[in-house]
Design a protein around this ligand. Sequence first.
Ligand SMILES: *Cc1c(COP(=O)(O)O)cnc(C)c1O
Ligand SMILES: [Zn+2]
Length: 413
Amino acid sequence: MKYVKYGKCTCCGREYPAVPDLTNCQCGGILDIIYDYDGIRKAFTKDTLRERPDRSMWRYRELLPIEENTPPTPLRVGWSPLYEEPRLADMLDLKRLWVKDDGQNPTASLKDRASAMAVVKAREAGAKVIACSSTGNAASSLAGNAAAAGLETYIFVPSRAPKGKVAQLMTFGATVISVQGSYEETFALSKAAIEKWGWYNRNAAINPYLSEGKKTVAFEIMEQLDWQVPDYIAISVGDGCTIAGLWKGLKDLHAIGFIDRLPRLISAQAAGCCPLNRAIETGEPWKPMEENTLADSIAVGVPRNAHKALAAIRESNGLTVNVSDQEIMAAQGLLGRTCGVFGEPAGVTGTAGVKKLCEQGLLGREDTVVSVVTGNGLKDVANAIKACGEPITIPSDMDRLLEAFAERGVPVS
Ligand SMILES: *Cc1c(COP(=O)(O)O)cnc(C)c1O
Ligand SMILES: [Zn+2]
């Protein structure tokens, strides 16, 4: 890894050689991967990038912690579309708004970026088995990316995980343990099992390479915007790895001179589970909260990456916003109707947050905003139906159709 210097503890500053199975610092702190930006600046330019045919997260190799000869993972991860949404911008009274649809990754969430990185690092470590605990998407993305690479997976999910995600796991051939308990309890069992059997660890926050995969979402947003920095980037937050990765990617681009300023982050959490935002809002250390929201992917009462996430929000002079389940469901419908983008509840929480900040007058017609949709709605159809309703159900009969239209006031001409 030509441009990786070492892993550095975000708590005590201790440095570690960047071996493939790097985990936490001995003080318990989470590591950050440190790069030789001067070296990268010389070898990697916007022109080099423009000529690169690779349309996946691996097109940013110089900024990633992988060996030069490591092959990319088999599934196409990354390079999801960034749509400008002028009609939604008008409705919200924003200057410009873009939606980054990361539900279009191979297993339908942003987590594919981290899991593809886990597969690469597991291969470099010579591991044959990878394990993780997850609210659902880290699991399904790991199972899919590992299956494509011929690796075995052991997956721990809380029993509340939506059926779509569990179906993905079973289809990808993972050994799935559905834990009757909270995400916190699920995490604890996976940790004990990983220690017992020595599997490669894809647990969020423990493996410092995972955020390095997630940061590619920032690279893509900026490249797709032709390096014109938006005022804000909104994203949903659970463990905090995603927002920390997003921020790392932006700082990387700033450090190598690809962008001349940094956007402000918008950290969106569910009102029923917002320990990180509450810490920012009160100025106090974060405290555990109940996991009280239908947005299962961000129902994280004990965030695993609090330190990096809080630092990212603070450094970016970011905004926090907490949305109710009602507001999340409304955002599902809004994105669907106006953009044709189908997000799972946690996937649209960032957009729900943007809408709420507009209503509160904290965002307005001077502002340009990117909202990241982090997961696809097909993963959780039960909640989508709850949010957007049931169809007109009748026999095959024209009279009944006319009746039904009249009853519901459907305009037909
Ligand atoms: C995991 C996930 C998030 C949040 O990422 P964290 O790293 O846990 O903060 C948001 N949305 C979706 C769909 C996710 O799967
Ligand atoms: Zn340390």
